[in-house]
Design a protein around this ligand. Structure first.
Ligand code: AMP
Ligand code: GLY
Length: 425
């Protein structure tokens, strides 16, 4: 089989790496990929949002299955375009990807179908939003309706900060059209977890739960990032709670999408806040999480396990597929460029990759890297996802940090507390 993976982050390296482990996939292309994906397949210089060029490539190369990493091509309708061209592709259609593409749509959907989430109001007029906030309870969460590269959610401790966030989105258009309408949401407390499930629209297979670390600094301080580390499993999600999430969140939302004429296929990512043992939805994503995918896929035992599940989801034949997961724990520590999530420099030479990658039960997933003049250099904010297995979370943490210490470049940064919460429990 020939597979095309669309994207260039750590998630896409993990997908391409796992797809290359079994016997069924003979050739993998990654568009555009990074220095890591080039080690398990062939990088193709096409941008993830250039859907026509991707379609042309897939037709010419007779790609058997395309797997889409990032949300943008999905919300632009890559799945619809590929299917019309007779190409097999894993992911939701444009109509279904709206669950991530519009926070207002997502909140209304949950309200219509009784799926637990924070109370909210939506606005498309700045004055109305500003007047509402005058006597709203704080903290309060202000969310741009559309996609804003992970920056469209602002948690405001005061009403003044909330008014500023509203102006930023609706008057200064800081996120472009994404901020034309906003959602103002009740602030939830508790522990955040991510549950990803794969579906063909009928059958649902939950992947092992994972926990992300969104803030840039230790202890969850500082601005939010795309994710600075993740581990799986997470002690927050017991077997019982996982079943509750499936029964009260994942399955109802997939049924709701079907009922509203937006059949959902692909992977559905539920970002949840668990408080007092009950889950509430913070957001849905229409794609795999990054970095959650890295530790989750490290725990998938079968070489062809990922290919089989993605293929079956794309074919509508997921029933009966049972991926085998390792009992081991897995931890991913993200190494980022100094300054991220603000401004940062690129082009720094990375050393120690081979030594770290040679450690047993360690995979160094590349994100913002490229090869230049024989060196692997930095080319993005999140640069690497150093991922390790262990008999316990503690062992996996030690192993991952052991590998991180072998790697360096000028300005490298990482959190020192990935997985600590799980160990403390
Ligand atoms: P989202 O993109 O909606 O997941 O928001 C990004 C992050 O903002 C989440 O991972 C949470 O850490 C935080 N967040 C979003 N909504 C809320 C909420 N209602 N209460 C507390 N934190 C939230
Ligand atoms: N790690 C958060 C996300 O993928 O959205």
């Amino acid at each position: 089989m020939k597979v095309l993976v669309v994207g260039s982050g750590g998630r896409e390296h993990a997908l391409a790496w796992k797809l290359s482990q079994g016997g069924k996939v003979k050739k993998i292309f990654i568009a555009p990929g990074n220095a890591g994906t080039a080690m398990c397949g062939e990088n193709v210089n096409i941008a993830p949002d250039d859907i026509e060029a991707l379609k042309g490539f897939a037709l010419e190369e007779k790609i058997d299955l395309t797997v889409v990493g990032p949300e943008i091509p999905l919300t632009l309708g890559i799945v619809d375009t590929f299917k019309e061209a007779g190409l097999r592709i894993f992911g939701p259609t444009k109509a279904a990807a709206l669950i991530e593409g519009s926070k207002a749509f997502c909140k209304d959907l949950m309200a219509r179908h009784g799926i637990p989430s924070a109370a909210y109001k939506k606005f498309d007029d700045a004055n109305e939003a500003l007047s509402y906030i005058k006597d709203a309870e704080v903290p309060v969460v202000i969310k741009a309706d559309g996609l804003a590269a992970g920056k469209g959610v602002i948690i405001c401790e005061t009403r003044a900060a909330a008014a500023e966030a509203i102006s930023l989105m609706m008057e200064e258009n800081a996120f472009g059209e994404a901020g034309n309408s906003i959602v103002i949401e009740e602030f939830l407390t508790g522990e955040e977890v991510s549950i990803l499930a794969i579906t063909d629209g009928k059958t649902v297979i939950a992947l092992p739960p994972a926990q992300d670390h969104k803030a840039i600094f230790d202890g969850g301080k500082g601005p939010n990032t795309g994710g600075m580390g993740a581990y799986s499993p997470t002690p927050v999600i017991t077997g019982e709670l996982e079943k509750e999430v499936l029964d009260t969140v994942i399955i109802p939302v997939i049924k709701a999408m079907e009922a509203e004429g937006r059949r959902y296929t692909g992977v559905l990512y539920a970002g949840l806040m668990v408080s007092g043992g009950s889950p509430r939805v913070l957001e849905f994503n229409c794609r795999f999480g990054d970095p959650e995918t890295q530790p989750i896929l490290m725990r998938l035992n079968d070489g062809d396990g990922l290919f089989d599940i993605l293929w079956a989801a794309a074919e509508g034949s997921l029933k009966g597929i049972e991926p085998r997961w390792s009992e081991k724990a897995s931890v991913c520590v993200v190494m980022s460029a100094g300054g991220y999530p603000g401004g940062y420099e690129k082009g720094k030479i990375i050393t120690g990759l081979e030594e770290a990658g040679a450690m047993e039960d360690v995979m160094v997933f590349h994100a913002g890297t490229e090869r230049k003049n024989g060196n692997v250099v930095t080319s993005g904010g999140r640069v690497l996802g150093v991922t390790a297995l262990g008999d316990t979370i503690g062992e996996a943490v030690d192993r991952a940090y052991g590998a991180v210490k072998l790697i360096s470049w000028d300005g490298a940064y990482y959190r020192k507390d990935i997985g600590l919460k799980a160990i403390k429990r």
